[in-house]
Design a protein around this ligand. Structure first.
Ligand SMILES: [Zn+2]
Length: 238
């Protein structure tokens, strides 16, 4: 299958020009297999990447700071968002407390939240503004003050996912959250006669149907399914 940058050369050109004027320290390019993403990993296949330095204000200060980043724009971009990797000695690879995975991948947010901040068809600039900037502002605060900022921290992995959905549902993080997620992860809208996952014993239509349908408008079922898969995997590896 042709890569997006081959089948849509115009989009590639437009994205490259928009990036060059908005963030001159970052560059969009097609790179060969073996391209070094960071000290922990290389690209396995030819791919379009954004690489270079991202510069921002340190929160609560007058200083500026720069971080080296690599964004991989996968084959089906812009239907799926880019992936962000850290490539900077200031960003310790494998430091889960700083939301950086063992291959330097940045843990930006749970999948549903990424889909909300970067709906399919968005641009590189959208990704930088809505996902990379808040992540790096968090890191810049950490670098400046040697502690996590008082805002914006999300937990890791399974717990983070449960908290995110509990918050969407306006519920505490009890076991019914997973039941709601199963209904959010279904391709077809759940029917009103099904039992409500809140354990009230009522049917959906007499209980949390409106809330569920409302959230389904905001969270794509594919994103909910992805988050649910991570939960189930985390649970079975215990
Ligand atoms: Zn209910």
């Amino acid at each position: 299958m042709a890569q997006w940058y081959e089948s849509n050369r115009r989009l590639f050109r437009e994205e490259r020009e928009a990036l060059a004027s908005a963030c001159p320290l970052l560059r969009l390019a097609v790179v060969a297999p073996g391209f070094r993403i960071n000290s922990a990993c290389r690209l396995r296949r030819e791919s379009a990447v954004v690489h270079g330095m991202y510069s921002l204000h340190v929160p609560d200060s007058d200083r500026e700071i720069e971080y080296g980043v690599v964004l991989e724009l996968q084959g089906n971009y812009p239907n799926r968002p880019p992936e962000m990797f850290c490539n900077d000695p200031k960003l310790p690879i494998g430091n889960i407390d700083r939301h950086i995975m063992s291959d330097g991948r940045a843990c930006l947010a749970v999948h549903a939240e990424i889909g909300r901040r970067w709906p399919p068809g968005s641009t590189i600039i959208d990704y930088l503004d809505n996902l990379v900037a808040p992540f790096l502002a968090w890191q810049a605060y950490y670098d400046e003050y040697q502690k996590p900022p008082p805002w914006g921290e999300h937990s890791h992995g399974a717990q983070g996912i449960i908290e995110y959905y509990a918050n969407l549902l306006g519920r505490s993080t009890d076991c019914s959250v997973v039941g709601f997620m199963r209904l959010l992860a279904r391709k077809n809208r759940p029917k009103g006669h099904e039992p409500c996952p809140c354990n009230s014993g009522k049917r959906l239509r007499n209980c949390h149907r409106d809330l569920l349908y409302d959230i389904r408008q905001r969270v794509a079922w594919q994103d909910a399914a992805h988050d649910l898969t991570i939960l189930v995997r985390a649970d079975s590896s215990k």
